[in-house]
Design a protein around this ligand. Sequence first.
Ligand code: FHN
Length: 573
Amino acid sequence: MAALLALPAAAQDRLAWWTEARFGMFIHWGIYTVPAGEWQGKPVPGLGEWIMNHARIPIPEYEKLAAQFNPVDFDADKWVAIAKNAGMKYLTITAKHHDGFAMFGSRVSPYNIVDATPFHRDPMKELAAACRRAGLKLCFYYSQTQDWHERDAVGNDWDFPQGPRDFEKYFNEKVIPQVRELLTNYGPIGLIWFDTPRNITREQSQRLVDLVHKLQPDCLVSGRVGNGLGDYDSAGDNQISMNGARRPWETPVTLNDTWGFKKDDHHWKSSQVLIRQLATTASRGGNYLLNVGPTSAGVIPPESVERLADVGRWMHANGESIYSTSANPYPYDVSWGVLTSKPGRLYLHVFHWPGRELEMYGLLNKVQHASLLATGAAVPFAQKGDPASGFTSLKLTLPPSAPDPDDSVVALDVGGKIEVDPSLKQQPDGTITLPPILGDTHKSAGSEMRLDSRGVTERWTNAGDWIEWNYKVNRPGEFQVDLITSQQKYGNGWDGGQRLVARTAGQDLAATVADDEKEVNPANPYWPYVVTKLGRVRLDKPGAYSLSLKPQSIPDGQKYGLTLVHVRMTPVK
Ligand code: FHN
């Protein structure tokens, strides 16, 4: 697996607290919480904080919201306590979102919470003090390119349909001085979360990075500053990157479907989904930044508070398996959950309790002790070494039912550097899963095929591109072969109709990619799986096999192409 790129010493030092933290709170809060998703009596589809853009609200109309924004119930200590009790170590709040309204006292523009609202308080000052008291890091989100309040910025084409726009002027007169204010007036800041880099030039991104590091050398800069210049990468919204990323990364995740409060969005993710997403993100070496959208009164919605308390209860007992951990040492996912690691310790996050026995292949260390992390109860185990075949096995004897229905963690002490056999193999439940990242990709001339950050193929629109995997089998038999592709829930995001042949053990399975059935993507409810049934194959004996997946034809003009998550082979009972 690819190792993290060596980072300059200064970047490594800056990142130390953040990689240890693994879990932070995102807060989207602004005057868009007054309409809360409704304009002139009608619901406005889309994200709550985008209402000005989606409803094309003229600036003078939108400005009036400031006079109605009076969050008298805002209590910085309460917000920080909610984050801390959830196990979060940092808090990243929108100091200025795309609507251009500063949620801090700014001398640069009177369009700010202290000068333009009846509240007249600076919540960032109060949050800075509350974070200091609680030992959390305060971080600021700042929208550097989009600012719908400004003619020269990016985004407002309803008030300013025509150019010219002087982005450099806006950048020099608003962005740079406001970022300077944020880094001067609130004490030490953990990071600045820039967003939607859009048109920003390399030189402008670099100026922001330099300004931040000059004013506060320890302050991190998010990947979305643009041009690859951040201290770490930001995954796409609500996306969990694959294991093996070359740079430190973080994913921003919503609790319901919006970031900024919307009164009609009741589509809350369950606590179980959140706990498993947190563990999955850590198992792939990333940070999980979970959003809350407080109301215009300054209250974090009770649905969010309840879920964060659940996550907190889990973290209280199992935080050791998240904080300061490294990714899953195996290059592949296991079927019962995910793994995280520390030197000498492996954490098995069991999402799907297998009953009395859990078996794991390929661990080359000798296990010294196994226990349930939450209680310390010892877990009996037996190891059988067969490194030559790659089916070295560890069997754990477990309680009959899951101690924690969301994620029961078993800790293995292995007393040294963790070593695993990385070869792709049939798993103890009999399944064989072949993800693109672990195959050999053969690209034709002019191919644009590649993997997105989640490890899903994109732009596989050329029938000359194909993938081949090598895998090992210890329990042969008949297998159902399915092709799992990824669809985006909100938007089409999926192309079918490709004619493919999967060949393994001398047998050909030909099929056309179709929307046969959907499956929940365990890592992310927003990206459901589409399952195409390819057919059945027989593997006669244990040993090494290969499988090739070759398109015969792909319909012209596809936008997404084949979005392959993996090929899955399931034993037929
Ligand atoms: O447009 C914004 C959106 O409103 C929200 O702030 C998210 C959070 O990651 N960032 C942008 C879209 O990616």
